[in-house]
Design a protein around this ligand. Structure first.
Ligand SMILES: *Cc1c(COP(=O)(O)O)cnc(C)c1O
Length: 358
């Protein structure tokens, strides 16, 4: 078997939820488990945080699996229903559905449900992705209140720049101007907002990335946020090469040795979810020692500098990211974010997830 695997430390996930709860204080936590729990495995992740007040995902299929695993609290469909007939499954599974467009309102108007459903009414406060414009909300709430298929309403929005300098002020002001007129539950904060802006910790908070021990911020590390990495992507060295000064490595001769040096070939490439755009100099761990990648990442392999690792050999353990190499550092060297790297491991069918603890 190829030596690559993603080790998932479920006790770190449990720990991270507790860390987030401390920050969130009195807000209820809705754990965001979309994209197969950001690549960590949906059902295993649910089990590691089974007492959390809510779980947010995208599809009825995911919700079905979560209920089947015995989870009884709130489940929110973040994009709501995609087709009219899904309303019956949502009713049966007791799901909370996001309402963000007119068609979804029609779905609700055109049925007679035995058990009314809870809805999250999404307001577009400036991100311009999902949600109704602020000036339609009064009208919509009035209609939803009169709809026998609706049991209760939560008001919701999503921030575009909670992790950036711009912050959330404009969007949160817009949200509060509308919601101050109602005595309804509300939900606005992603990881970045809940950490940085106490005023965004309303009835619910919706952390995703922090649960998995990565940071939503460019300039604040996961360690500083008091969360631990849940996923370690590990593999082994499968070949060594001794380069002479001037010799090149890999596709495009992207790296040229400035001195005689030993390099290692690692069984991990972009076909496994490692970013192809990782630059020479991206941190990586070989036999518990930090070194860097060199050259261009291939589909199945990448190259590491072994100049300071004379004992490294075929079979030496390599950590691409995990407890020693923050996924955020690899992301920064690759022009992307930790979110994408974690999700991409699942997209690859070549990396088995191996669970520890839990
Ligand atoms: C993905 C998502 C979140 C979680 O965001 P993080 O930055 O991972 O904390 C919260 N709310 C909505 C609507 C989302 O789509």
């Amino acid at each position: 078997m190829r030596p690559i695997k993603a080790c998932i430390n479920l006790s770190a996930l449990t720990f991270n939820l507790q860390s987030i709860k401390k920050i969130a204080k009195n807000s209820k936590v809705m754990a965001v488990l979309k994209a197969n729990a950001y690549g960590h495995g949906l059902i295993e992740s649910v089990k590691a945080i089974k007492n959390v007040e809510g779980i947010a995902i995208l599809t009825i299929e995911e919700a079905f699996k979560i209920r089947k695993a015995g989870y009884k609290n709130t489940i929110l469909l973040l994009e709501g229903l995609f087709a009219a007939e899904e309303i019956y499954q949502a009713e049966k599974l007791n799901l909370n559905i996001t309402l963000h467009n007119d068609r979804q309102i029609e779905f609700l108007d055109n049925v007679v449900l035995k058990n009314p459903v809870s809805v999250h009414l999404k307001i577009n406060t400036g991100m311009n992705r999902l949600g109704f414009p602020p000036d339609q909300i009064d009208y919509l709430i009035e209609n939803l209140n009169a709809n026998p298929n609706v049991s209760d309403i939560t008001l919701m929005t999503h921030f575009a720049s909670a992790d950036e300098k711009e912050g959330i002020t404009k969007q949160l002001d817009c949200f509060n101007r509308i919601t101050d007129n109602y005595n309804l539950s509300s939900s606005v904060a992603n990881s970045a907002a809940l950490y940085k802006f106490p005023e965004s910790r309303l009835d619910w908070v919706r952390p995703g990335i922090m649960l998995y021990g990565a940071s939503p911020f460019e300039d604040i590390s996961a360690k500083k946020l008091d969360v631990k990495p849940v996923m370690s992507l590990v593999s082994e060295i499968i070949a060594l090469q001794d380069l002479k000064t001037g010799q090149a490595v890999g596709y495009g001769n992207n790296f040229i040795a400035k001195k005689d040096m030993r390099i290692g070939i690692v069984a991990c490439g972009y076909g496994d979810g490692y970013p192809r755009h990782a630059k020479t100099g991206t941190p990586i761990l070989v036999d518990q020692k930090k070194t860097t990648t060199i050259g261009r990442v291939s589909m199945d392999m990448l190259y590491v500098d072994l100049s300071n690792n004379p004992n490294a050999d075929i079979g030496s353990e390599v950590e691409m990211w995990g407890n020693n190499i923050p996924v955020d550092d690899v992301a920064k060297n690759s022009g992307t974010v930790g979110y994408e790297l974690l999700c991409n491991v699942t997209a690859s069918t070549r990396v088995p997830l191996e669970y520890e603890d839990g």
